[in-house]
Design a protein around this ligand. Structure first.
Ligand SMILES: [Zn+2]
Length: 116
């Protein structure tokens, strides 16, 4: 495994940790909103609105955690930075810009044009 991927791995693990923290904070916040007394309809809708926002945020975070897990597995297997379609190395520059890329630019373009 190259040193570069060791750094990527550390970064991903750290980000994953932060995301997990954020998600559990969101759940805490949801619970607090949910437990508020419900004095009138105005407050009710604003509480529901906040819950929706928090739910969407944590959805995005869960998706991100999933992406990180996939990348970590790929690093373990030595498949990280390798195109899933043609098996060629994805350009390091592309991996820097989009750390969760699974296809090289050529294949990605084909997939977008013709589907997977
Ligand atoms: Zn490819």
């Amino acid at each position: 495994m190259s040193k570069r991927f060791t750094q990527v791995k550390e970064q991903l693990l750290k980000e994953r940790q932060n995301l997990l923290q954020d998600v559990s904070n969101s759940y805490e916040a949801c619970r607090e909103i949910g437990q508020d007394g419900v004095p009138d309809i105005g407050d009710m809708s604003s509480a529901a609105y906040s819950r929706d926002i928090l739910f969407n945020v944590s959805e995005t975070q869960r998706q991100r955690i999933n992406d990180i897990d996939v990348a970590l597995t790929q690093i373990e297997k030595g498949e990280y930075g390798v195109c899933m379609s043609c098996g060629e190395d994805i350009s390091p520059r592309r991996m820097e810009v989009r750390p969760f890329s699974r296809y090289c630019i050529e294949c990605k373009t084909d997939i977008e044009k013709f589907g997977e």
